[in-house]
Design a protein around this ligand. Structure first.
Ligand code: HEM
Length: 127
């Protein structure tokens, strides 16, 4: 039997966001396409994970713990549509594995729209 953890539950707390972020970046770090892009820049994962917990907590739970701007650090990255598609696919997969509900659905919508902005700024075509 496949283990199911929180699938009947929505994202409700910073602990939930921590589980989401840790599970998502475990997948990123095992991904053939994305791992090298991340590992070229991130040498110490703990501060990155902590920042991403703050980012998603601010977006989804209004904790105001993230005050940065995600765009500048993505401008120099050598990535194309394929990378964004994979990132979104792993993110959506992680949300769906762990949570169900309005905030879970909002997480996927926010990721999609931020990725679309990043692609537009980087002049990566949508299709
Ligand atoms: C192809 C897709 C993506 C790749 C390869 C990627 C890669 C990275 C890397 C390497 C960093 C660390 C940058 C640094 O420390 O200098 C980073 C930071 C970050 N990423 Fe992404 N990313 C992607 C998509 C996204 C998307 C779609 C979002 C938002 C939904 C996002 C949100 C963030 C945030 C909030 C940070 C921290 C920025 C800060 O320092 O304040 N990323 N990303």
């Amino acid at each position: 039997m496949v283990a199911t953890i929180n699938t009947e539950k929505d994202i409700e707390s910073v602990e939930d966001i921590t589980l989401l972020v840790n599970t998502f970046y475990d997948k990123i770090r095992r991904d053939e396409l994305l791992s090298s892009v991340f590992n070229a820049i991130i040498k110490d994962w703990d501060p990155h994970l902590e920042k991403m917990i703050q980012f998603w907590s601010t977006l989804l739970l209004y904790t105001r713990t993230y005050r940065g701007d995600p765009l500048p650090s993505h401008l120099p990255l050598k990535v194309d549509k394929e990378h964004f598609d994979r990132w979104l696919s792993l993110f959506n997969q992680t949300v769906d594995e762990l949570f169900t509900g309005k905030i879970a659905s909002n997480a996927k919508k926010r990721a999609f729209s931020i990725a679309r902005i990043m692609k537009a700024v980087k002049q990566i075509p949508e299709e």
